[in-house]
Design a protein around this ligand. Structure first.
Ligand code: DX5
Ligand code: ZN
Length: 216
Protein backbone atom coordinates (compact mmCIF):
# COMPACT_ATOMS: atom_id res chain seq x y z
CA UNK A 1 0.00 0.00 0.00
CA UNK A 2 1.32 3.42 -0.93
CA UNK A 3 0.86 6.06 1.75
CA UNK A 4 -0.14 9.62 0.85
CA UNK A 5 0.10 11.92 3.88
CA UNK A 6 -2.31 14.84 3.54
CA UNK A 7 -0.78 18.20 4.39
CA UNK A 8 -4.25 19.46 5.35
CA UNK A 9 -3.40 18.29 8.88
CA UNK A 10 0.24 19.44 8.80
CA UNK A 11 1.57 22.56 10.53
CA UNK A 12 1.10 25.25 7.87
CA UNK A 13 3.79 27.37 9.55
CA UNK A 14 6.27 24.50 9.18
CA UNK A 15 5.14 22.80 6.01
CA UNK A 16 8.64 22.23 4.65
CA UNK A 17 9.72 20.36 7.78
CA UNK A 18 6.52 18.33 7.99
CA UNK A 19 6.91 17.24 4.36
CA UNK A 20 10.52 16.30 4.96
CA UNK A 21 9.53 14.10 7.94
CA UNK A 22 7.00 12.06 5.94
CA UNK A 23 9.33 11.83 2.95
CA UNK A 24 12.11 10.39 5.11
CA UNK A 25 9.57 8.02 6.69
CA UNK A 26 8.96 6.36 3.31
CA UNK A 27 5.68 7.91 2.18
CA UNK A 28 5.28 7.58 -1.61
CA UNK A 29 2.95 10.51 -2.28
CA UNK A 30 2.24 13.92 -0.80
CA UNK A 31 -1.51 14.53 -0.84
CA UNK A 32 -2.38 18.19 -1.43
CA UNK A 33 -6.01 19.17 -0.79
CA UNK A 34 -7.02 22.15 -2.91
CA UNK A 35 -10.35 23.64 -1.76
CA UNK A 36 -12.11 26.72 -3.10
CA UNK A 37 -14.88 27.39 -0.56
CA UNK A 38 -17.50 26.61 -3.23
CA UNK A 39 -17.30 22.92 -4.07
CA UNK A 40 -16.62 22.34 -0.35
CA UNK A 41 -17.12 24.63 2.64
CA UNK A 42 -13.44 25.17 3.29
CA UNK A 43 -10.54 27.10 1.81
CA UNK A 44 -6.97 25.87 1.61
CA UNK A 45 -4.28 26.59 -0.94
CA UNK A 46 -3.48 26.34 -4.62
CA UNK A 47 -0.69 26.11 -7.17
CA UNK A 48 1.49 28.63 -5.31
CA UNK A 49 1.90 26.23 -2.37
CA UNK A 50 2.54 23.31 -4.76
CA UNK A 51 5.29 25.39 -6.37
CA UNK A 52 6.85 26.35 -3.04
CA UNK A 53 6.95 22.75 -1.82
CA UNK A 54 8.22 21.36 -5.12
CA UNK A 55 11.69 22.80 -4.44
CA UNK A 56 11.93 20.79 -1.23
CA UNK A 57 10.52 17.38 -2.11
CA UNK A 58 10.85 14.50 -4.55
CA UNK A 59 7.54 12.94 -3.49
CA UNK A 60 4.77 12.34 -6.02
CA UNK A 61 2.54 15.40 -5.63
CA UNK A 62 -1.02 14.10 -5.56
CA UNK A 63 -3.28 17.12 -5.99
CA UNK A 64 -6.90 16.58 -4.95
CA UNK A 65 -8.96 19.41 -6.39
CA UNK A 66 -12.14 20.13 -4.47
CA UNK A 67 -13.08 23.09 -6.64
CA UNK A 68 -15.75 24.21 -9.06
CA UNK A 69 -14.58 24.70 -12.67
CA UNK A 70 -11.47 22.51 -12.20
CA UNK A 71 -10.37 23.12 -15.80
CA UNK A 72 -9.23 26.61 -14.78
CA UNK A 73 -6.39 25.35 -12.58
CA UNK A 74 -4.73 22.57 -14.60
CA UNK A 75 -2.08 24.65 -16.36
CA UNK A 76 -1.06 26.38 -13.13
CA UNK A 77 -0.77 23.05 -11.33
CA UNK A 78 1.34 21.63 -14.16
CA UNK A 79 3.66 24.63 -14.07
CA UNK A 80 3.88 24.41 -10.28
CA UNK A 81 5.17 20.82 -10.42
CA UNK A 82 2.11 18.66 -9.72
CA UNK A 83 2.29 14.97 -10.73
CA UNK A 84 -1.26 13.69 -10.32
CA UNK A 85 -4.33 15.91 -10.63
CA UNK A 86 -7.66 14.65 -9.31
CA UNK A 87 -11.03 16.04 -10.36
CA UNK A 88 -14.36 15.28 -8.71
CA UNK A 89 -16.94 13.75 -11.03
CA UNK A 90 -19.47 15.91 -9.20
CA UNK A 91 -17.57 19.15 -9.95
CA UNK A 92 -18.04 19.27 -13.72
CA UNK A 93 -20.53 18.21 -16.39
CA UNK A 94 -17.50 17.63 -18.68
CA UNK A 95 -15.42 15.09 -16.80
CA UNK A 96 -14.11 13.47 -20.00
CA UNK A 97 -12.89 16.81 -21.33
CA UNK A 98 -11.21 17.81 -18.07
CA UNK A 99 -9.44 14.46 -17.65
CA UNK A 100 -8.29 14.62 -21.28
CA UNK A 101 -6.97 18.12 -20.62
CA UNK A 102 -5.00 16.82 -17.61
CA UNK A 103 -3.48 14.02 -19.71
CA UNK A 104 -2.69 16.41 -22.53
CA UNK A 105 -0.69 18.45 -19.99
CA UNK A 106 1.46 15.32 -19.32
CA UNK A 107 -0.01 14.95 -15.84
CA UNK A 108 -1.52 11.81 -14.36
CA UNK A 109 -5.30 12.04 -14.36
CA UNK A 110 -7.50 11.01 -11.49
CA UNK A 111 -11.27 10.92 -11.11
CA UNK A 112 -12.64 11.38 -7.59
CA UNK A 113 -15.97 9.99 -6.37
CA UNK A 114 -17.87 11.30 -3.34
CA UNK A 115 -19.41 8.74 -0.96
CA UNK A 116 -22.84 9.34 -2.51
CA UNK A 117 -21.69 8.77 -6.11
CA UNK A 118 -21.92 5.22 -7.46
CA UNK A 119 -18.74 3.62 -8.81
CA UNK A 120 -20.44 2.88 -12.13
CA UNK A 121 -21.04 6.61 -12.69
CA UNK A 122 -17.34 6.65 -13.68
CA UNK A 123 -17.45 3.53 -15.89
CA UNK A 124 -17.09 5.39 -19.21
CA UNK A 125 -13.96 7.27 -18.18
CA UNK A 126 -12.12 4.49 -16.32
CA UNK A 127 -10.04 3.52 -19.41
CA UNK A 128 -8.74 7.11 -19.44
CA UNK A 129 -7.52 7.53 -15.85
CA UNK A 130 -4.31 6.71 -13.99
CA UNK A 131 -5.97 6.75 -10.58
CA UNK A 132 -9.45 6.62 -9.06
CA UNK A 133 -10.06 8.18 -5.66
CA UNK A 134 -12.91 6.70 -3.66
CA UNK A 135 -13.73 9.23 -0.94
CA UNK A 136 -14.24 7.46 2.37
CA UNK A 137 -15.61 10.65 3.98
CA UNK A 138 -17.53 13.57 2.51
CA UNK A 139 -14.82 15.98 1.38
CA UNK A 140 -13.96 19.31 2.97
CA UNK A 141 -12.31 18.61 6.31
CA UNK A 142 -9.70 16.44 7.96
CA UNK A 143 -10.40 14.34 11.02
CA UNK A 144 -13.82 12.97 10.02
CA UNK A 145 -15.04 9.44 10.69
CA UNK A 146 -14.57 6.77 8.00
CA UNK A 147 -17.83 5.81 6.23
CA UNK A 148 -17.94 1.97 6.35
CA UNK A 149 -20.24 1.63 3.31
CA UNK A 150 -17.45 2.92 1.07
CA UNK A 151 -15.47 -0.33 1.48
CA UNK A 152 -17.93 -2.11 -0.83
CA UNK A 153 -17.30 0.59 -3.45
CA UNK A 154 -13.57 -0.08 -3.34
CA UNK A 155 -14.23 -3.80 -3.79
CA UNK A 156 -16.64 -3.13 -6.67
CA UNK A 157 -14.08 -0.93 -8.42
CA UNK A 158 -11.26 -3.46 -7.90
CA UNK A 159 -13.43 -6.24 -9.37
CA UNK A 160 -14.42 -4.08 -12.36
CA UNK A 161 -10.78 -3.16 -12.98
CA UNK A 162 -9.75 -6.81 -13.00
CA UNK A 163 -12.66 -7.93 -15.15
CA UNK A 164 -11.95 -5.28 -17.79
CA UNK A 165 -8.16 -5.52 -17.67
CA UNK A 166 -7.80 -1.86 -16.70
CA UNK A 167 -4.75 -0.29 -15.14
CA UNK A 168 -5.15 2.41 -12.49
CA UNK A 169 -4.36 2.95 -8.83
CA UNK A 170 -7.26 2.81 -6.38
CA UNK A 171 -6.88 5.51 -3.74
CA UNK A 172 -8.94 6.08 -0.60
CA UNK A 173 -9.19 9.33 1.36
CA UNK A 174 -10.73 10.15 4.72
CA UNK A 175 -10.76 8.56 8.16
CA UNK A 176 -7.84 6.26 7.42
CA UNK A 177 -6.15 4.80 10.51
CA UNK A 178 -4.50 1.50 11.49
CA UNK A 179 -7.90 -0.24 11.58
CA UNK A 180 -9.68 1.19 8.53
CA UNK A 181 -6.61 0.75 6.32
CA UNK A 182 -6.93 -3.02 6.79
CA UNK A 183 -10.47 -2.98 5.43
CA UNK A 184 -9.64 -0.92 2.34
CA UNK A 185 -6.46 -2.91 1.67
CA UNK A 186 -8.47 -6.11 1.79
CA UNK A 187 -11.00 -4.56 -0.62
CA UNK A 188 -8.29 -3.68 -3.15
CA UNK A 189 -7.12 -0.12 -2.45
CA UNK A 190 -3.52 0.54 -3.52
CA UNK A 191 -2.98 4.09 -2.16
CA UNK A 192 -4.20 5.41 1.20
CA UNK A 193 -4.38 9.10 2.10
CA UNK A 194 -3.94 9.86 5.79
CA UNK A 195 -4.06 13.34 7.30
CA UNK A 196 -4.88 13.55 10.99
CA UNK A 197 -3.63 10.01 11.70
CA UNK A 198 -0.17 11.02 10.50
CA UNK A 199 0.19 14.66 11.48
CA UNK A 200 -1.86 14.89 14.69
CA UNK A 201 0.57 12.49 16.34
CA UNK A 202 3.87 13.03 18.10
CA UNK A 203 5.76 10.81 15.68
CA UNK A 204 4.43 10.98 12.09
CA UNK A 205 7.14 8.57 10.88
CA UNK A 206 5.94 5.94 13.33
CA UNK A 207 2.33 6.46 12.16
CA UNK A 208 3.36 5.81 8.55
CA UNK A 209 5.21 2.64 9.55
CA UNK A 210 2.13 1.47 11.48
CA UNK A 211 -0.16 2.10 8.50
CA UNK A 212 2.15 0.20 6.12
CA UNK A 213 2.37 -2.73 8.52
CA UNK A 214 -1.40 -2.81 9.08
CA UNK A 215 -2.09 -2.86 5.32
CA UNK A 216 0.23 -5.82 4.69
C1 DX5 B 1 -10.84 15.73 3.08
C2 DX5 B 1 -9.52 15.61 2.38
C3 DX5 B 1 -8.61 14.64 3.00
C4 DX5 B 1 -8.22 14.91 4.43
C5 DX5 B 1 -8.20 13.58 5.10
O1 DX5 B 1 -11.70 16.44 2.27
O2 DX5 B 1 -9.71 15.22 1.03
O3 DX5 B 1 -7.45 14.44 2.19
O4 DX5 B 1 -6.99 15.54 4.61
O5 DX5 B 1 -8.02 13.77 6.45
P1 DX5 B 1 -8.12 12.58 7.48
O6 DX5 B 1 -7.11 11.55 7.11
O7 DX5 B 1 -7.84 13.25 8.80
O8 DX5 B 1 -9.53 12.03 7.40
ZN1 ZN C 1 -7.95 14.67 -0.12
Amino acid sequence: MKIAPSILSADFANLKDDVSVVEKAGAEYLHIDIMDGHFVDNLTFGANVVKALRKHSELVFDCHMMVDEPEKYITDLKNAGADIVGVHLEATPHIHRVLSQIKASSLKAEVVLNPGTPVMAAAEILPLVDQVLIMTVDPGFGGQAFIPETVAKVAELAAYKKEHGLDFEIEVDGGINAETIKEVAQAGATVAVAGSYVFNAKDPAMQIATLKEAAR
